[in-house]
Design a protein around this ligand. Structure first.
Ligand code: F0G
Length: 457
Protein backbone atom coordinates (compact mmCIF):
# COMPACT_ATOMS: atom_id res chain seq x y z
CA UNK A 1 0.00 0.00 0.00
CA UNK A 2 1.19 3.51 -0.76
CA UNK A 3 -0.78 5.28 1.97
CA UNK A 4 1.24 5.65 5.14
CA UNK A 5 -1.25 5.68 7.99
CA UNK A 6 -0.84 6.92 11.55
CA UNK A 7 0.60 3.84 13.31
CA UNK A 8 -1.74 4.17 16.31
CA UNK A 9 -5.41 4.27 17.26
CA UNK A 10 -6.75 7.16 19.33
CA UNK A 11 -7.96 6.23 22.80
CA UNK A 12 -8.22 9.60 24.54
CA UNK A 13 -9.17 12.85 22.86
CA UNK A 14 -8.86 16.49 23.82
CA UNK A 15 -11.33 18.95 22.30
CA UNK A 16 -10.12 21.91 20.22
CA UNK A 17 -11.79 25.23 20.99
CA UNK A 18 -12.60 27.16 17.84
CA UNK A 19 -12.29 30.94 17.66
CA UNK A 20 -13.48 33.46 15.09
CA UNK A 21 -11.13 35.76 13.20
CA UNK A 22 -12.51 38.75 15.15
CA UNK A 23 -11.74 37.04 18.46
CA UNK A 24 -8.23 36.21 17.25
CA UNK A 25 -7.55 39.82 16.27
CA UNK A 26 -8.19 40.88 19.87
CA UNK A 27 -6.29 37.93 21.37
CA UNK A 28 -3.23 38.63 19.22
CA UNK A 29 -3.22 42.34 20.01
CA UNK A 30 -3.54 41.63 23.76
CA UNK A 31 -0.59 39.20 23.44
CA UNK A 32 1.61 41.97 22.02
CA UNK A 33 1.66 40.14 18.67
CA UNK A 34 3.80 37.44 20.26
CA UNK A 35 2.29 33.93 20.04
CA UNK A 36 4.30 32.83 23.09
CA UNK A 37 1.95 35.12 25.06
CA UNK A 38 -1.29 33.62 23.68
CA UNK A 39 -3.16 31.16 25.91
CA UNK A 40 -3.06 27.62 24.52
CA UNK A 41 -6.86 27.48 24.79
CA UNK A 42 -7.07 30.20 22.15
CA UNK A 43 -5.03 28.18 19.63
CA UNK A 44 -6.66 25.84 17.10
CA UNK A 45 -3.55 23.99 15.87
CA UNK A 46 -0.47 24.44 18.02
CA UNK A 47 2.76 24.18 16.05
CA UNK A 48 4.78 26.32 18.45
CA UNK A 49 6.99 23.39 19.33
CA UNK A 50 7.46 19.64 19.13
CA UNK A 51 8.92 19.80 22.64
CA UNK A 52 6.98 18.22 25.48
CA UNK A 53 3.88 18.13 23.29
CA UNK A 54 3.95 14.44 22.33
CA UNK A 55 0.97 12.18 22.96
CA UNK A 56 2.09 9.38 25.26
CA UNK A 57 1.13 5.77 24.53
CA UNK A 58 -1.00 3.52 26.73
CA UNK A 59 2.24 1.72 27.71
CA UNK A 60 3.75 5.01 28.84
CA UNK A 61 0.64 5.87 30.85
CA UNK A 62 0.83 2.44 32.50
CA UNK A 63 4.45 3.24 33.29
CA UNK A 64 3.25 6.36 35.09
CA UNK A 65 1.38 4.09 37.54
CA UNK A 66 4.43 1.83 37.94
CA UNK A 67 6.74 4.74 38.76
CA UNK A 68 8.82 4.11 41.89
CA UNK A 69 8.88 7.37 43.84
CA UNK A 70 11.63 6.42 46.29
CA UNK A 71 14.07 9.25 46.91
CA UNK A 72 17.18 7.18 46.29
CA UNK A 73 17.85 4.17 44.10
CA UNK A 74 14.31 3.91 42.71
CA UNK A 75 13.52 1.00 40.39
CA UNK A 76 12.36 3.51 37.77
CA UNK A 77 15.80 5.12 37.75
CA UNK A 78 17.46 1.84 36.86
CA UNK A 79 14.99 1.22 34.04
CA UNK A 80 15.66 4.75 32.75
CA UNK A 81 19.42 4.40 33.15
CA UNK A 82 19.50 1.12 31.28
CA UNK A 83 17.36 2.53 28.41
CA UNK A 84 19.68 5.53 28.06
CA UNK A 85 22.82 3.39 28.27
CA UNK A 86 21.41 1.08 25.62
CA UNK A 87 21.18 4.07 23.27
CA UNK A 88 24.19 6.19 24.17
CA UNK A 89 26.58 3.52 25.38
CA UNK A 90 27.78 6.06 27.97
CA UNK A 91 29.04 5.03 31.39
CA UNK A 92 27.27 7.74 33.42
CA UNK A 93 23.64 8.81 33.05
CA UNK A 94 22.43 11.85 34.96
CA UNK A 95 18.69 12.61 34.83
CA UNK A 96 17.68 16.28 34.52
CA UNK A 97 14.29 17.94 34.34
CA UNK A 98 14.84 18.96 30.73
CA UNK A 99 17.54 19.59 28.14
CA UNK A 100 18.63 23.02 29.27
CA UNK A 101 19.21 21.78 32.82
CA UNK A 102 21.73 19.29 31.41
CA UNK A 103 23.31 22.12 29.38
CA UNK A 104 23.45 24.39 32.42
CA UNK A 105 25.35 21.78 34.43
CA UNK A 106 27.75 20.82 31.63
CA UNK A 107 28.64 24.35 30.55
CA UNK A 108 28.87 25.73 34.11
CA UNK A 109 31.66 23.22 34.63
CA UNK A 110 33.43 23.48 31.26
CA UNK A 111 32.70 27.11 30.33
CA UNK A 112 34.14 30.47 31.34
CA UNK A 113 35.82 33.56 29.84
CA UNK A 114 38.16 32.86 26.95
CA UNK A 115 36.62 29.46 26.10
CA UNK A 116 35.01 28.52 22.79
CA UNK A 117 32.44 25.83 22.12
CA UNK A 118 31.80 24.70 18.56
CA UNK A 119 28.68 23.19 16.98
CA UNK A 120 26.96 22.78 13.62
CA UNK A 121 24.38 25.15 15.17
CA UNK A 122 23.75 25.61 18.87
CA UNK A 123 20.11 25.75 19.91
CA UNK A 124 19.16 29.04 21.61
CA UNK A 125 19.11 27.71 25.20
CA UNK A 126 22.43 25.94 24.63
CA UNK A 127 24.00 29.12 23.28
CA UNK A 128 22.55 31.09 26.21
CA UNK A 129 23.95 28.59 28.74
CA UNK A 130 27.39 28.88 27.13
CA UNK A 131 27.36 32.67 26.88
CA UNK A 132 26.12 32.97 30.45
CA UNK A 133 29.49 31.57 31.59
CA UNK A 134 31.38 34.18 29.54
CA UNK A 135 32.41 31.65 26.88
CA UNK A 136 31.64 31.93 23.17
CA UNK A 137 29.32 29.63 21.21
CA UNK A 138 30.50 29.23 17.62
CA UNK A 139 28.36 27.77 14.82
CA UNK A 140 30.26 26.16 11.93
CA UNK A 141 27.49 24.87 9.69
CA UNK A 142 28.29 23.46 6.25
CA UNK A 143 27.67 25.98 3.41
CA UNK A 144 24.63 24.16 1.96
CA UNK A 145 22.96 24.30 5.38
CA UNK A 146 22.79 28.07 5.09
CA UNK A 147 20.93 28.06 1.78
CA UNK A 148 17.22 27.30 2.28
CA UNK A 149 16.56 26.61 -1.41
CA UNK A 150 19.41 24.11 -1.91
CA UNK A 151 18.29 20.49 -1.75
CA UNK A 152 20.95 18.30 -0.11
CA UNK A 153 20.64 15.17 2.03
CA UNK A 154 22.60 16.29 5.11
CA UNK A 155 22.29 20.03 5.51
CA UNK A 156 22.96 19.73 9.24
CA UNK A 157 26.62 18.73 8.74
CA UNK A 158 29.37 20.56 10.57
CA UNK A 159 31.97 22.24 8.34
CA UNK A 160 35.02 20.07 9.04
CA UNK A 161 37.55 22.33 7.29
CA UNK A 162 36.35 25.35 9.25
CA UNK A 163 36.48 23.29 12.43
CA UNK A 164 40.18 22.49 11.87
CA UNK A 165 40.98 26.11 11.02
CA UNK A 166 39.13 27.38 14.08
CA UNK A 167 40.92 25.01 16.44
CA UNK A 168 44.29 26.00 14.92
CA UNK A 169 43.43 29.68 15.32
CA UNK A 170 42.12 29.64 18.90
CA UNK A 171 44.16 26.75 20.31
CA UNK A 172 42.82 23.37 21.41
CA UNK A 173 43.34 24.27 25.07
CA UNK A 174 40.61 26.93 24.74
CA UNK A 175 38.04 24.57 23.26
CA UNK A 176 36.63 22.29 25.97
CA UNK A 177 34.10 20.57 23.74
CA UNK A 178 32.63 20.19 20.26
CA UNK A 179 28.89 19.51 20.13
CA UNK A 180 26.89 18.21 17.18
CA UNK A 181 23.16 18.96 17.28
CA UNK A 182 21.14 16.07 15.80
CA UNK A 183 19.01 16.98 13.97
CA UNK A 184 20.00 20.61 13.50
CA UNK A 185 16.91 22.34 14.88
CA UNK A 186 17.89 25.97 14.32
CA UNK A 187 19.06 25.19 10.79
CA UNK A 188 15.79 23.59 9.69
CA UNK A 189 15.69 20.23 11.48
CA UNK A 190 18.24 18.97 8.96
CA UNK A 191 20.11 15.72 9.64
CA UNK A 192 23.83 15.10 10.09
CA UNK A 193 25.42 12.20 8.21
CA UNK A 194 27.42 9.45 9.85
CA UNK A 195 30.26 10.32 7.50
CA UNK A 196 30.29 13.85 8.93
CA UNK A 197 30.13 12.55 12.49
CA UNK A 198 33.16 10.32 11.76
CA UNK A 199 35.11 13.21 10.23
CA UNK A 200 34.38 15.48 13.19
CA UNK A 201 35.41 12.70 15.55
CA UNK A 202 38.71 12.35 13.70
CA UNK A 203 39.45 16.06 14.11
CA UNK A 204 38.45 15.95 17.79
CA UNK A 205 40.75 12.97 18.31
CA UNK A 206 43.65 14.72 16.63
CA UNK A 207 43.37 17.65 19.05
CA UNK A 208 42.15 15.72 22.09
CA UNK A 209 38.84 17.57 22.28
CA UNK A 210 35.75 15.68 23.54
CA UNK A 211 32.76 15.32 21.21
CA UNK A 212 29.22 15.54 22.61
CA UNK A 213 25.83 15.31 20.92
CA UNK A 214 22.85 17.50 21.61
CA UNK A 215 20.76 14.42 20.95
CA UNK A 216 17.16 15.73 21.18
CA UNK A 217 16.08 14.28 17.82
CA UNK A 218 18.54 11.39 17.50
CA UNK A 219 15.95 8.87 16.24
CA UNK A 220 14.75 11.17 13.47
CA UNK A 221 18.38 11.77 12.49
CA UNK A 222 19.03 8.01 12.41
CA UNK A 223 16.02 7.46 10.16
CA UNK A 224 17.31 10.05 7.69
CA UNK A 225 20.66 8.23 7.65
CA UNK A 226 18.88 4.97 6.86
CA UNK A 227 16.98 6.63 4.01
CA UNK A 228 19.69 8.86 2.59
CA UNK A 229 23.21 7.70 3.41
CA UNK A 230 24.95 5.14 1.27
CA UNK A 231 25.41 1.80 2.98
CA UNK A 232 22.72 2.21 5.64
CA UNK A 233 19.45 1.23 3.94
CA UNK A 234 19.70 -2.36 5.18
CA UNK A 235 20.66 -1.47 8.74
CA UNK A 236 18.02 -1.13 11.44
CA UNK A 237 17.49 2.28 13.02
CA UNK A 238 18.60 0.73 16.30
CA UNK A 239 21.94 -0.28 14.74
CA UNK A 240 22.38 3.17 13.21
CA UNK A 241 21.63 4.80 16.57
CA UNK A 242 24.31 2.63 18.19
CA UNK A 243 26.80 3.63 15.53
CA UNK A 244 26.01 7.35 15.88
CA UNK A 245 26.59 7.32 19.63
CA UNK A 246 29.71 5.18 19.38
CA UNK A 247 31.49 8.35 18.22
CA UNK A 248 30.47 10.52 21.18
CA UNK A 249 31.98 11.10 24.60
CA UNK A 250 28.64 12.24 25.95
CA UNK A 251 25.21 13.72 25.32
CA UNK A 252 22.83 16.37 26.50
CA UNK A 253 19.25 15.39 25.83
CA UNK A 254 15.81 16.89 26.01
CA UNK A 255 13.56 13.84 26.43
CA UNK A 256 10.68 16.17 25.50
CA UNK A 257 11.47 15.40 21.87
CA UNK A 258 12.57 11.91 20.83
CA UNK A 259 11.77 10.22 24.14
CA UNK A 260 8.08 10.99 23.48
CA UNK A 261 7.37 12.47 26.90
CA UNK A 262 6.14 15.76 28.28
CA UNK A 263 9.08 16.47 30.57
CA UNK A 264 12.59 15.17 31.17
CA UNK A 265 16.16 15.09 29.97
CA UNK A 266 19.60 13.77 30.73
CA UNK A 267 23.31 14.37 30.65
CA UNK A 268 25.47 11.35 29.87
CA UNK A 269 29.21 10.86 29.53
CA UNK A 270 32.16 8.51 29.91
CA UNK A 271 34.63 10.73 31.75
CA UNK A 272 34.83 9.80 35.47
CA UNK A 273 36.01 13.15 36.72
CA UNK A 274 33.56 15.20 34.68
CA UNK A 275 30.69 12.93 35.77
CA UNK A 276 31.60 13.44 39.41
CA UNK A 277 31.58 17.22 39.02
CA UNK A 278 28.27 17.12 37.11
CA UNK A 279 26.64 14.97 39.78
CA UNK A 280 27.81 17.31 42.51
CA UNK A 281 26.27 20.27 40.72
CA UNK A 282 23.13 18.23 39.99
CA UNK A 283 22.57 17.72 43.70
CA UNK A 284 22.64 21.48 44.26
CA UNK A 285 20.45 22.41 41.30
CA UNK A 286 18.21 19.47 40.36
CA UNK A 287 18.14 16.70 42.94
CA UNK A 288 19.67 13.41 44.02
CA UNK A 289 21.51 11.60 41.18
CA UNK A 290 18.90 8.86 40.83
CA UNK A 291 16.03 11.23 40.09
CA UNK A 292 17.59 14.51 38.93
CA UNK A 293 14.72 16.90 38.45
CA UNK A 294 12.16 14.19 37.77
CA UNK A 295 9.58 11.98 39.43
CA UNK A 296 9.97 8.19 39.22
CA UNK A 297 6.96 8.06 36.90
CA UNK A 298 8.66 10.47 34.47
CA UNK A 299 11.70 8.18 34.34
CA UNK A 300 9.41 5.21 33.51
CA UNK A 301 7.71 7.14 30.72
CA UNK A 302 11.08 8.12 29.21
CA UNK A 303 12.37 4.53 29.30
CA UNK A 304 9.24 3.34 27.47
CA UNK A 305 9.31 6.29 25.03
CA UNK A 306 12.89 5.43 24.03
CA UNK A 307 11.65 1.96 23.00
CA UNK A 308 8.75 3.33 20.98
CA UNK A 309 10.66 6.04 19.16
CA UNK A 310 12.90 3.44 17.50
CA UNK A 311 9.93 1.63 15.97
CA UNK A 312 10.50 2.05 12.24
CA UNK A 313 6.77 2.21 11.46
CA UNK A 314 6.57 5.16 13.81
CA UNK A 315 9.59 6.89 12.26
CA UNK A 316 8.37 6.28 8.72
CA UNK A 317 5.03 7.93 9.58
CA UNK A 318 6.74 10.71 11.50
CA UNK A 319 9.16 11.76 8.76
CA UNK A 320 6.52 11.27 6.06
CA UNK A 321 3.96 13.51 7.79
CA UNK A 322 6.41 16.41 7.86
CA UNK A 323 7.39 15.76 4.25
CA UNK A 324 3.68 15.63 3.27
CA UNK A 325 3.11 19.14 4.60
CA UNK A 326 6.29 20.31 2.85
CA UNK A 327 5.13 18.86 -0.49
CA UNK A 328 1.76 20.60 -0.28
CA UNK A 329 3.40 23.95 0.46
CA UNK A 330 6.07 23.76 -2.24
CA UNK A 331 3.46 22.68 -4.80
CA UNK A 332 1.67 25.97 -4.06
CA UNK A 333 4.91 27.95 -4.40
CA UNK A 334 5.42 28.63 -0.68
CA UNK A 335 9.19 28.95 -0.08
CA UNK A 336 10.43 26.56 2.61
CA UNK A 337 13.75 25.09 3.66
CA UNK A 338 14.28 22.13 1.40
CA UNK A 339 14.19 19.27 1.82
CA UNK A 340 11.75 19.24 4.79
CA UNK A 341 13.41 18.48 8.13
CA UNK A 342 12.34 15.84 10.62
CA UNK A 343 10.22 17.66 13.16
CA UNK A 344 9.15 20.80 11.39
CA UNK A 345 8.63 22.76 8.21
CA UNK A 346 10.54 26.01 8.08
CA UNK A 347 9.03 28.73 5.91
CA UNK A 348 11.65 30.98 4.34
CA UNK A 349 10.31 34.40 5.31
CA UNK A 350 12.92 36.27 3.25
CA UNK A 351 11.53 34.78 0.05
CA UNK A 352 7.91 34.80 1.30
CA UNK A 353 8.04 38.54 2.10
CA UNK A 354 10.98 39.97 0.11
CA UNK A 355 9.82 43.56 0.66
CA UNK A 356 9.84 43.44 4.47
CA UNK A 357 13.41 44.06 5.72
CA UNK A 358 14.92 42.08 8.65
CA UNK A 359 14.53 45.21 10.84
CA UNK A 360 10.78 44.75 10.47
CA UNK A 361 10.87 41.04 11.22
CA UNK A 362 9.24 39.33 8.20
CA UNK A 363 9.02 36.03 10.11
CA UNK A 364 7.00 37.64 12.89
CA UNK A 365 4.64 39.03 10.27
CA UNK A 366 3.93 35.53 8.92
CA UNK A 367 3.56 34.09 12.42
CA UNK A 368 0.91 36.72 13.25
CA UNK A 369 -0.96 36.20 10.00
CA UNK A 370 -1.10 32.39 10.42
CA UNK A 371 -2.71 32.92 13.78
CA UNK A 372 -5.21 35.47 12.48
CA UNK A 373 -6.05 33.43 9.40
CA UNK A 374 -6.47 30.00 10.98
CA UNK A 375 -5.63 30.05 14.69
CA UNK A 376 -2.31 28.32 13.99
CA UNK A 377 0.50 29.03 16.41
CA UNK A 378 4.01 28.92 14.95
CA UNK A 379 7.33 30.49 15.91
CA UNK A 380 9.74 32.95 14.33
CA UNK A 381 13.30 31.67 14.05
CA UNK A 382 15.07 34.66 12.61
CA UNK A 383 16.09 38.12 13.73
CA UNK A 384 13.62 38.18 16.63
CA UNK A 385 15.16 35.02 18.08
CA UNK A 386 18.79 35.40 17.01
CA UNK A 387 19.20 39.07 16.03
CA UNK A 388 21.75 41.07 18.00
CA UNK A 389 22.47 44.77 18.33
CA UNK A 390 25.74 46.31 17.23
CA UNK A 391 27.30 47.58 20.45
CA UNK A 392 28.55 50.79 18.80
CA UNK A 393 25.71 51.78 16.48
CA UNK A 394 22.81 50.07 18.23
CA UNK A 395 21.63 48.77 14.85
CA UNK A 396 20.20 45.30 14.43
CA UNK A 397 22.62 42.64 13.20
CA UNK A 398 20.13 40.31 11.51
CA UNK A 399 20.12 36.54 11.93
CA UNK A 400 21.58 34.36 9.18
CA UNK A 401 18.09 33.31 8.04
CA UNK A 402 14.55 34.60 8.55
CA UNK A 403 12.41 31.53 9.19
CA UNK A 404 9.02 30.55 10.54
CA UNK A 405 8.87 27.12 12.10
CA UNK A 406 5.81 24.91 11.92
CA UNK A 407 6.82 22.23 14.44
CA UNK A 408 4.78 19.04 14.38
CA UNK A 409 4.04 17.53 17.80
CA UNK A 410 4.58 13.77 17.86
CA UNK A 411 1.49 11.51 17.49
CA UNK A 412 -0.88 14.46 18.10
CA UNK A 413 -2.37 15.69 14.84
CA UNK A 414 -3.96 13.64 12.06
CA UNK A 415 -3.63 14.08 8.32
CA UNK A 416 -6.73 16.30 8.15
CA UNK A 417 -5.24 18.65 10.74
CA UNK A 418 -2.18 18.88 8.51
CA UNK A 419 -4.36 19.50 5.44
CA UNK A 420 -5.93 22.39 7.32
CA UNK A 421 -2.48 23.80 8.17
CA UNK A 422 -1.46 23.63 4.51
CA UNK A 423 -4.64 25.45 3.49
CA UNK A 424 -4.06 28.28 5.99
CA UNK A 425 -0.40 28.73 4.98
CA UNK A 426 -1.26 28.76 1.28
CA UNK A 427 -4.10 31.25 1.87
CA UNK A 428 -1.66 33.51 3.75
CA UNK A 429 0.91 33.17 0.97
CA UNK A 430 -1.66 34.15 -1.65
CA UNK A 431 -2.31 37.44 0.12
CA UNK A 432 1.30 38.13 1.09
CA UNK A 433 1.22 41.59 -0.54
CA UNK A 434 -1.07 42.75 2.28
CA UNK A 435 1.22 41.67 5.16
CA UNK A 436 2.94 44.33 7.27
CA UNK A 437 6.24 44.44 9.16
CA UNK A 438 6.54 44.68 12.95
CA UNK A 439 8.58 46.65 15.48
CA UNK A 440 9.57 45.57 18.99
CA UNK A 441 8.09 47.65 21.82
CA UNK A 442 9.50 45.62 24.73
CA UNK A 443 12.34 43.11 24.98
CA UNK A 444 14.25 41.28 27.72
CA UNK A 445 18.07 41.32 27.64
CA UNK A 446 18.36 37.56 26.92
CA UNK A 447 16.17 35.13 24.96
CA UNK A 448 13.96 38.06 24.06
CA UNK A 449 11.64 36.14 21.74
CA UNK A 450 9.81 34.50 24.64
CA UNK A 451 8.49 37.73 26.14
CA UNK A 452 8.95 40.49 23.54
CA UNK A 453 5.98 42.65 22.58
CA UNK A 454 5.41 44.00 19.07
CA UNK A 455 3.30 46.44 17.07
CA UNK A 456 2.61 46.44 13.35
CA UNK A 457 4.40 49.22 11.44
N1 F0G B 1 18.66 21.44 22.15
C1 F0G B 1 17.84 21.46 21.09
C2 F0G B 1 18.35 21.10 19.73
C3 F0G B 1 16.50 21.82 21.27
O1 F0G B 1 15.69 21.82 20.22
C4 F0G B 1 16.05 22.15 22.58
C5 F0G B 1 14.68 22.55 22.80
C6 F0G B 1 16.95 22.09 23.64
C7 F0G B 1 18.26 21.72 23.38
C8 F0G B 1 16.55 22.41 25.05
O2 F0G B 1 15.75 21.45 25.59
O3 F0G B 1 13.57 22.59 26.04
O4 F0G B 1 14.16 20.45 27.16
O5 F0G B 1 15.30 22.53 27.80
N2 F0G B 1 13.93 22.90 21.88
C9 F0G B 1 12.53 23.29 21.99
C10 F0G B 1 12.05 23.77 20.66
C11 F0G B 1 12.23 24.24 23.11
O6 F0G B 1 10.93 24.29 20.60
O7 F0G B 1 12.74 23.59 19.66
P1 F0G B 1 14.63 21.78 26.71
Amino acid sequence: MKTIIEPFKIKTVEPIRFTSKEEREKILKDAGYNPFLINAEDVIIDLLTDSGTSAMSSEQWSGIMKGDESYAGAKSFFRFESAVKEITGNKYVIPTHQGRAAEKILFSILGGEGKYFISNTFFDTTRANIEFTGAEAVDLLCPEGKKPEVVAPFKGNLDVEKLKAFIEEKGKENIPLVMITITNNSGGGQPVSLENIKQVRKVCDRYGIPLFFDACRFAENAYFIKKREEGYSNKSVREIVKEIFSFADGTTMSAKKDALVNIGGWLSMNDDNLAMQCRNLLIVTEGFPTYGGLAGRDLEAIAQGLEEVLDENYLRYRIRSTEYLGEKLTAAGVPIIEPPGGHAIYIDAKRFLPDIPPEQYPGQSIVCELYLEGGIRSVEIGSVMFGKYDKKTGRLIPAMMELVRLAIPRRVYTQSHIDYVAEVVIETFNKRDKLKGYKITYEAPMLRHFTARFEPV
